[in-house]
Design a protein around this ligand. Structure first.
Ligand SMILES: Cc1cc2nc3c(=O)[nH]c(=O)nc-3n(C[C@H](O)[C@H](O)[C@H](O)COP(=O)(O)O)c2cc1C
Length: 342
């Protein structure tokens, strides 16, 4: 690591100086979500004000084998906004190598997954399994930080379960080893996604370290974002599921935090444009077959709660190619416009 370089253009330092620079709101961050936060979605989140986006987790082993899927996940083109690439794994050397490769491919921040509760990740000792082994966390952080000259951040949960809450200790360990920022999802591994995120517990991590802390869990409205900020005092807010079918949530939150107004929602014409552009960018990114399939969940989220939405979702799930899906999408939005004009 070269500390001098970190001083000159440190994206984490820049990110958290926004508020001090008078821009008003804390930075908003798009959460890493496997199967969701691909390049097209991250671009949309940036467009609507996310100051940082995080890639889907990329398995370090797959990364060093340069599998096509891992290279796609870690895609980090220069012309997009600030993006972190998140690596998962449990072998310090492999993770350091994966981090290095990502930096060579343009990553400006490396995030380490220490929170994923999914069985296939945990059984390999990665994700939230790391929270049970602080000694291993120490070795991973030392190796990864020593191997790259960009900031390294971590994303953790409150602990393995109610009896093993060690987020404060992991955050302090990270800070002592040179981690630049810690994101805390306010649940334990045992909770998976059940119950509610504990924002007070996130606040306890915030008051235990000097590095920036990002709060995460259950932010679905601007009002909840403000409440989390007030309860926990975090330096940034990360939004995951609240952005499903609603990538403009970042703009909504920013406006609410800076002006107290909550009235930004795209009208039906803007939404049609957004949805069709998103669909086309997915086809371009993944190719026709996979893009058409991957886009279905986004189309379903965008049209949730709309009249005729259930029928539309049924139709696109059977739609064999992008042309057919696009035609059905345009027809659906035409009917929405007619409904609203009536
Ligand atoms: C579909 C899905 C995929 C996720 N994938 C990842 C991941 O790759 N890496 C990670 O650190 N967290 C992952 N998470 C967790 C989210 O980043 C976030 O911590 C969690 O959803 C809580 O935030 P939210 O309530 O705003 O959604 C995932 C969550 C979901 C729902």
């Amino acid at each position: 690591m070269q500390p001098e370089n970190l001083q000159i253009d440190n994206p984490i330092v820049n990110l958290f100086s926004q508020k001090k620079n008078g821009l008003g709101a804390v930075p908003l961050i798009l959460a890493p979500m496997a199967g969701v936060t691909d390049l097209p979605f991250r671009n949309l989140a940036h467009h609507y004000g996310a100051a940082l986006t995080v890639s889907e987790m990329v398995a370090s082993q797959a990364m060093i084998r340069e599998t096509p899927q891992s290279l796609k996940i870690a895609a980090n083109p220069e012309n997009m906004g600030l993006n972190a690439v998140q690596i998962a794994g449990s072998d310090p050397e492999v993770m350091a190598q994966a981090a290095k490769m990502n930096v060579a491919l343009g990553a400006r921040i490396i995030d380490i997954n220490m929170g994923c509760p999914v069985k296939k990740i945990v059984k390999n000792g990665a994700g939230s399994a790391l929270l049970r082994d602080e000694e291993l966390i120490g070795r991973i952080l030392s190796e990864v930080i020593a191997s790259v000259d960009v900031p390294v951040t971590i994303k953790i949960r409150l602990g393995w379960d109610e009896d093993n809450l060690n987020s404060v200790s992991v955050a302090r360990l990270g800070e002592s080893l040179g981690v630049s920022c810690v994101t805390v999802h306010g649940r334990t591994k045992a909770q998976m996604y059940r119950g509610v995120a504990d924002w007070d517990a996130i606040g306890r991590v915030k008051s235990s370290v000097s590095i920036p802390v990002i709060g995460n869990g259950d932010i679905t409205t601007p009002q909840l974002a403000k409440e989390m900020l007030e309860r926990s005092g975090v330096d940034g807010i990360m939004v995951g599921r609240g952005s499903y079918g609603k990538p403009w949530i970042f703009k909504q939150i920013l406006e609410f935090l800076t002006t107290g107004e909550d009235n930004f929602t795209p009208d039906i014409m803007e939404l049609e444009q957004l949805v069709t552009n998103h669909f086309k960018s997915m086809i371009q990114f993944y190719g026709e077959l996979i893009g058409n399939r991957m886009a279905r969940k986004h189309l379903a989220w965008y049209t949730k709660g709309m009249v005729g939405g259930a029928q539309f979702r049924k139709e696109i799930n059977q739609s064999p190619d992008p042309e057919a899906t696009l035609a059905k999408t345009l027809a659906f939005f035409r009917s929405q416009r007619q409904l609203r004009a009536a």
